[in-house]
Design a protein around this ligand. Structure first.
Ligand SMILES: Nc1nc2c(ncn2[C@@H]2O[C@H](COP(=O)(O)OP(=O)(O)O)[C@@H](O)[C@H]2O)c(=O)[nH]1
Ligand SMILES: [Mg+2]
Length: 303
């Protein structure tokens, strides 16, 4: 994963440590770092901040013999990257479920634009909860897009789970309400609610989603972001934050992403935790996001 980003970062660290740099040289190399970050989907302001942090470390250190500085630079960059995630609270769906009173299901609403991988992610999370012995119900609150109900139905039947639905054109909030009601009546512990996306974020969509959230009273709203969409993914995150709010993020299609910097931007720009990353199309292809492991992967091969 993130081959391109890793290669460029590692190349840059080598370049930076080749010879002793005066302040001017250092600034131009740090500018290269900013470019590498931005080319790999880190937002501009975030990239500037990371470069500034690394500069502070390197200026303060006064490495007397620049030869052998590679480790120091590597460590400084690692610290600068980890700091991005420092402001984000850790978050575990399982713990929230454990904290729920008896007969109160964990309710999760998933939002995000079309094609990002919402339904697939819901199926993967359902699979995970089922594997751990929990009762799960899916709800199709996408009553808008042709085929949406059938698609979620395919996942629910493959996974052997019940799905709550209504006809196309029905009120999405009513479907969400039915699902929560069903769960309470039947002792189902987890309700995962799929919602409609659009190609572009619009007022109708946001109003519809707000109503689903008001009615379902979810414990957690999860934004699903496709890592391949780069800067547009960051823009989506900022818009959803403004209009519906969300508590956590799932980044999908990380398996196909040679860049991967979007995780840094999302954490920096929204301060929301990334709970899972999607790493393929199978139900098992979902991994908890570990930001230390992520940073180690980006800087891999040097420590
Ligand atoms: N490679 C890869 N493909 C994914 C991942 N998550 C979803 N997809 C694919 O992305 C496409 C859109 O997914 P879907 O769940 O229908 O998106 P939705 O419109 O947001 O519900 C499907 O072809 C999925 O198989 C992932 O983590 N990795
Ligand atoms: Mg869908």
């Amino acid at each position: 994963m993130f081959e391109r980003f890793r290669r460029q970062l590692n190349g840059l660290i080598k370049h930076l440590s080749e010879k002793e740099l005066n302040e001017g040289d250092l600034d131009s190399r740090l500018h290269e770092l900013e470019l590498v970050l931005v080319q790999n989907d880190v937002a501009v302001e975030t990239a500037e901040r990371i470069a500034r942090r690394l500069r502070d470390t390197l200026i303060g250190l006064r490495i007397s013999r620049w030869k052998g500085a590679e480790e120091t630079i590597h460590g400084g960059l690692k610290k600068a990257l980890l700091e991005v995630f420092a402001g984000v609270e850790p978050f575990h769906l399982e713990r929230i479920l454990e904290g729920k009173p008896e007969n109160e299901p964990l309710v999760v609403v998933f939002v995000g634009i079309n094609g990002v991988g919402k339904s697939t992610t819901i199926a993967k999370i359902a699979h995970r909860f089922k594997r751990d012995g929990h009762k799960v119900v899916l709800a199709c609150s996408d009553t808008y897009r042709a085929g949406a109900i059938e698609q979620l139905e395919i996942h629910s039947s493959r996974l052997g789970l019940k799905m709550i639905k209504q006809r196309y054109g029905a009120d999405p909030a009513a479907v969400a309400y039915d699902a929560v009601d069903h769960a309470k009546a039947r002792g189902v512990e987890v309700v995962l609610i799929d919602t409609a996306g659009r190609q572009h974020i619009d007022v109708n969509l946001m109003n519809e989603l707000k109503k689903v959230i008001r009615v379902a009273e979810p414990d957690v709203v999860v934004l699903v972001v496709d890592s391949l969409t780069g800067n547009d993914g960051i823009r989506q995150a900022e818009e959803f934050l403004r209009y519906t709010g969300f508590d956590a993020v799932v980044m999908t299609k990380m398996d196909a992403d040679a860049r991967g910097g979007i995780a840094i931007s999302v954490a920096d720009r929204t301060s929301k935790p990334i709970i899972f990353v999607g790493t393929g199309q199978d139900y098992d292809d979902l991994e908890p996001f570990d930001y230390e492991a992520y940073v180690n992967t980006l800087l891999g091969g040097l420590s």
